[in-house]
Write a protein that binds this ligand. Sequence first.
Ligand code: AMP
Length: 614
Amino acid sequence: MEAVETIIGIDLGTTNSLAATVFEHGPEALRPPGGEAIVPSVLTRREGRWIVGREAREQRTTHPQETVFSVKRLMGRDAQELQAALARLPYRVEAAQRGLVKVHVGEEAFTPQELSAEILREVKRNAEAALGKAVHKAVITVPAYFDDAQRQATRAAGRIAGLEVVRIINEPTAAAIAYGLDERKKGLVAVYDLGGGTFDISILELTGTVFKVLATHGDTELGGDDFDEVIAEEMRRRVREKHPEMVLDDPLSRQLLRKIAELLKIDLSRALDTEYTLELPGKGLDFKDGFNVETLNGLIAPFVDSTLESCRLALAAAGKSTADIDEVVLVGGSTRVPLVRRIVEEFFGKPPNVSINPDEVVAVGAGIQGHLLAGGRRDYVLLDVIPLALGIETLGGTFSKLITANTTVPTQANELFTTYVDNQTGVDFNIFQGEREFVKDCRSLGRFRLKGIPPMPAGLPKVEVTFLVDANGILTVSAIEQRSVMEAQIEVIPSHGLTNDEIDRIMEESFEHALDDLNQRQLVDFRNMAKAVFRGIDKAWKQARSILSEGELAQIRVQMEQVKKATGGEDPVALKAEMDKLGELTRPLADAIMSQAALSELREFFAEHRAGED
Ligand code: AMP
């Protein structure tokens, strides 16, 4: 089957962004006729219109307050989390509603999603010019460590830009796909990504059909910009040696120095030495000098060494050593620096994969993924992630998630549930998908009943529910009552049950309601817990008399009243505090009962209660 529509791949980067797709002759970055594939992720506004890319980047130093860059660092983050980063950014960012931030550009303010959307719009325009047709769908890459909020923000940016984000995939995974490493079926891949402003190392494990991210590490403030800065500083030093009176700290001089430094650095990726000229007619400066690769290496070595420290930490976190790594993939413009290549090769003990342009490799991987999703061919099973959490309804209409969003398939999860009513012989399972805390706000996927459980007191049956999602994204839910070995099963197809529009809407809503939901959810959970505690105490009361003193029993009674009062209120924190006090008072009772093994449901309750406290 040939692709009927084009789903482009987009690398939405901190410094640069671009798109790629698969042509007859193979995958390629999308260049508009006569233009370049790469759009610097920098934007500004003039007379109510956005200027995105190269032109905006040019004025970064001269108009620092109106030029926005590194928006990616703000995506899905609230003002509090961003405090440290914001201090370093020249543009103004302020807290907005629901923990969002807004960036000031002139008189106006925009969310990071809107700003990223403008970058995406520009990339989309480039892609459309290159393809000669409209583009509506894309796969967008994100760093492996991006959490759900950051992924959601990326998805929202796509929507604002008029793109249906068909899939979000991890950048290191995209790079590995670009090199065809997904066809190897097995192995460990290290993806070393050194860009303009960030460094990431990811250790991926390929098992059969999917890449699992075993560990990531990095430095969000390290990259080629640092190389430029130390080179510029060296040039300043040299100028000062000859012209001690010359101060080169104004925006224009800084911009010139950085620009010359970057060009010089790029030259030295191809040659052993080079020359540069600093011309500042306003200051009467016309300075010529040479620069060689040894000087460069000496200046940047500390930065390159610090990336190796991240590599060591990532390997340690993955429980692997360099000898376990089968392939090393280089990503990011700064991996063109020969010293970087040499040090990485020495560290991993093998030459890295470098045949694909390191600026384009992530977009190319995303383009291949988009091509596959559009029905294009490549003879292996698709990588996939679960777009929204999967789970079942539990008491009080709460949504109990078994598998969280963005889990890579195939995957499996199980959890134990029990009955709430004595002699209950059947249990209904309502399966839902969504990101909210209550099932009424989630999408129902199906329901089934586990029948034939022998009559037992509430809390005694142990029903193990298993969610299994296969490589095609098909969910099978099964339940088994462990004491009676009754079993029931249902197959559900979640990813086909939701359109991307629905996912986007749900994602947006979930963001809006997250706080309210959480409170409500906790309240219901704690009320249920309180009921179970009361049941347990009632059942154990007889024994309690022989274990606890009259005074202690009276204290428990008084505290039970306090808990009851709090269950009538609306404050989950207050309720939890009262519950904790009761837990303390009944602890000797629980310990005694635990050792007797008589009232198993109470035992289970306490075990659960304690687990819940972690
Ligand atoms: P990226 O964030 O991946 O787009 O990488 C951008 C960084 O790569 C910038 O710091 C560039 O100066 C740097 N870069 C691009 N090309 C080269 C090159 N040939 N040699 C050294 N650094 C480069």
